[in-house]
Design a protein. Structure first.
Length: 284
């Protein structure tokens, strides 16, 4: 299993890193588009669609992204879209987690399928626009999610249930603790501080997510970073809730040793559009 995980990770890095740093944004946009299309296919399979139905859902996501590209949305200010999409993620995420695993099956299938495709489309738009704002900006957002996850894991293992009696969401993800969440919050705050200092020290030509937020004041940076860390947990929990409801362990086996595409990007689905929303408050 470990060998598979390492090989898959190396292959993904060999594809993503050259596309990420290539001067033309086209390769990165296409690579991420392929991943989102695969995610839509997984979403269809998870909800009982056959190969043809899941493939059609993937094509629908592909066409929606392609239409946005054709209409020039990648180069336009989408502040209103980020506000609507980000707000929906906050409200829907809170409602789903409050309702619990059993509530997901009561949502009409058509609404579940459409909602999944729209979430993937919104994330694709956000990550491509973030890339066009600069690699420094995009990496600072991606690292926030990964650092939150890593710090939460180690804090949970070291301090889980030592300060609280209840786990975070035992019916959805039994392994997660409140101590892990607090550790993740601490991790992203440290990351933000280090990144801001590095931007100033090395004179970054394009601002990071954190330097951009700091223009509104230190209070805004701290609140925004903690909020983003919390929403990365929401994204993770929402996918876990859906998987428990439909009775699957992984979204697919497309990435040997890692599960599926959705298993790798679940925390990014809400945080990417929310990062663009927060940035639009400062850099419309």
């Amino acid at each position: 299993m470990l060998k598979q995980r390492v090989i898959t990770a190396l292959v993904l890095l060999a594809i993503l890193l050259p596309a990420l740093f290539y001067p033309d944004p086209l390769p990165f946009s296409v690579v991420v588009l392929v991943l989102m299309t695969a995610g839509a296919w997984e979403w269809g399979r998870m909800h009982g669609l056959g190969q043809a139905g899941a493939g059609a859902l993937g094509v629908a996501c592909l066409l929606l992204c392609a239409l946005s590209w054709y209409l020039g949305w990648l180069d336009q200010s989408l502040a209103r879209l980020w506000l609507i999409g980000g707000s929906l993620w906050v409200l829907a995420g809170a409602a789903l987690l409050r309702a619990g695993v059993g509530a997901w099956g009561r949502v009409p299938l058509a609404l579940r399928l459409v909602g999944g495709v729209l979430a993937l489309w919104l994330a694709w738009l956000a990550v491509v626009q973030a890339h066009r704002m600069g690699v420094n900006f995009l990496l600072s957002v991606l690292l926030l999610v990964w650092v939150a996850d890593i710090f939460a894991y180690f804090a949970g293992r070291a301090f889980g249930l030592k300060f609280t009696r209840n786990k975070l969401a035992p019916s959805i993800s039994p392994g997660k603790s409140w101590e892990g969440v607090w550790g993740g919050m601490a991790g992203v705050l440290v990351l933000a501080a280090v990144w801001v200092v590095a931007d100033r020290q090395f004179g970054a030509a394009l601002p990071s997510f954190y330097s951009l937020l700091l223009r509104q004041g230190l209070w805004f940076l701290v609140l925004a970073v903690v909020f983003m860390g919390a929403m990365s947990v929401v994204g993770d929990l929402v996918e876990s809730l859906v998987k428990r409801s439909v009775g699957v362990k992984d979204s697919s086996a497309l990435l040997p040793g890692h599960g599926g595409v959705l298993d790798r990007i679940d925390a990014l689905l809400p945080t990417l559009p929310l990062a663009m929303m927060l940035s639009s408050f400062v850099y419309p």
